[in-house]
Design a protein around this ligand. Sequence first.
Ligand code: GTP
Ligand code: MG
Length: 143
Amino acid sequence: MQTERDVVYKEEAIPLITVDSKTNKFVVNEDAIAMISSIKGNIGVVAVAGLYRTGKSYLLNRMLLDRSSGFGVGPSINPCTKGLWIWGTPLTGQTPSGEPLNILLIDSEGIGALDQDSAHDNRVFFFDNFAEFMLYLQQYWKY
Ligand SMILES: Nc1nc2c(ncn2[C@@H]2O[C@H](COP(=O)(O)OP(=O)(O)OP(=O)(O)O)[C@@H](O)[C@H]2O)c(=O)[nH]1
Ligand SMILES: [Mg+2]
């Protein structure tokens, strides 16, 4: 039998913000918002940002998820991650005072790739920080 948790939480990376290649607009994925909204309790966020092809996705998989696959890792010199991705299940952690903490992992498109200009890079970087900030605030809206 499927529980509510099975429906909402997935053991895979899901898009959080995608870029519409035709309009160049950033689009929020409602499935990711539903997953985030379902979380009860404290939320912590770990997000990676930085130059393209420097191992950001690999780092999240190996260091935080302890998996050989998870967030998309590219084999070539071409940019791999596009937009922002979030792990479909919060990790379980603790606040410094010992309270339960739901940790969200966010992977982001690398900056400096030749297929995008610096305005696009700035937007990705902004959204990465903005997503982290909004999720941080969300726990206070709930109470
Ligand atoms: N062996 C080894 N390979 C690594 C390490 N970090 C990254 N790689 C390899 O480097 C390549 C790029 O890794 P990604 O994780 O896709 O890099 P990224 O920064 O997410 O790239 P973009 O999404 O394009 O910005 C992949 O082939 C990884 O397997 C590492 O610490 N050890
Ligand atoms: Mg990547």
